[in-house]
Design a protein around this ligand. Structure first.
Ligand SMILES: [Zn+2]
Length: 340
């Protein structure tokens, strides 16, 4: 006997970070969130080319599928390989059989031309029919003009904006910088340092593993009036594990809480990517009930269909060779790490 659910949704992912594992240690040990960005992620994203992006996305999509996640809301950055990057991410996901909502996170860190080209990539991808949002890295790395342009483009295209908000103290000014721009279809990733009372609209995406790993603090998402969803921020695609950790973290500050709030955050993914409701995941465990899942590590999918078509059976992807993807990803990771 096994239980079946719709496909799970990871509401904030960075498929480009799948090759980061095993990268050489940074020149200096980062001592805070800002230094982690400078020493790790901004060196890594600058070294990406389209071939690395492709295999990084293939590996990330494979790992998502292997954990029952059939839809990924991705936030991509590759400042030296901007044009075509969203197609590369989307086609890798399609090959594996996972849905993706793609966005290029624009930034002025590389000058106004970088932000302009990032915006153009979002526009080109979405106008060509791609399932996407307009991406912004974060308010603190963008000019007011870039924030306004991104919000305006999203409005024109009828999509939301996917942006990091108050992940660390360095972005504390985000509520003021984004004032008046946000809409209900925006995704606000992290919000760890966002005041409980604020005027930002959109779904807040809680990323418990990443927040712990970066020592930025606990977001306490239950305090917000906004809807809340769950993401991994690039640490794999397993949102069932993100749910378990979200529950434990909430419990660590409120021993009276049950798993219902964290479960509602997981379910919010289906409002963001309703297509995932057409997917079926048959699990290794029954019942798939929040109280059971919260205390059951290692639950895995046995079979998955997307729109009725099989993509995973007998613990394996059916459209791609998982072993080959891992081997290719290792080759590309070695190329990437040699550039750092
Ligand atoms: Zn992120």
């Amino acid at each position: 006997m096994a239980a079946t659910t719709p496909g799970l949704v990871c509401a904030h992912h960075h498929l480009y970070s799948a090759l980061a594992r095993g990268m050489p240690a940074p020149p200096r040990v980062p001592t805070n969130f800002e230094e982690i960005l400078e020493q790790v992620w901004w060196r890594l994203d600058a070294a990406l080319d389209l071939e690395m992006i492709r295999w990084s996305a293939m590996l990330g999509a494979l790992e998502a599928l292997e954990s029952g996640t059939t839809a990924i809301v991705d936030h991509h950055e590759s400042p030296n390989a901007i044009e075509g990057s969203l197609d590369t991410v989307a086609s890798a996901c399609a090959e594996v059989g996972v849905r993706v909502v793609a966005a290029y996170g624009i930034t002025d860190r590389h000058g106004p031309d970088g932000a302009r080209r990032g915006l153009a990539e979002n526009e080109r991808f979405i106008r060509a029919g791609g399932r996407g949002m307009v991406g912004i890295h974060a308010a603190f790395t963008c000019t007011d003009a870039s924030l306004r342009d991104a919000a305006g483009l999203a409005e024109d295209l009828g999509v939301g904006v996917h942006v990091h908000v108050c992940e660390g103290p360095v972005d504390a000014d985000a509520p003021r910088r984004l004032a008046g721009l946000t809409r209900d279809n925006w995704l606000l990733a992290h919000c760890v340092h966002l005041p409980t009372e604020h005027a930002l609209r959109g779904t807040i995406v809680h990323n418990p593993e990443s927040n712990l790993n970066n020592a930025v603090g606990y977001a306490g998402p239950a305090r917000f009036a906004n809807p809340v969803a769950l993401g991994t921020d690039g640490i794999g695609g397993n949102v069932l594990e993100a749910f378990r950790l979200a529950y434990m973290l909430q419990r660590s500050v409120d021993v009276t809480c049950g798993p219902d709030a964290a479960w509602s955050w997981l379910r919010r993914g289906w409002d963001l990517v309703p297509e995932a409701l057409n997917d079926d995941v048959t699990w290794s465990y029954d019942p798939m009930d929040p109280w059971h899942i919260a205390f059951t590590p290692g639950i895995r999918p046995l079979r998955i269909t997307i729109d009725g078509a099989p993509v995973f059976a007998d613990g394996r992807p059916t459209r791609v060779d998982g072993g080959e993807i891992r081997a290719k990803a290792r080759e590309q990771a070695a190329r990437l790490h040699a550039r750092l």
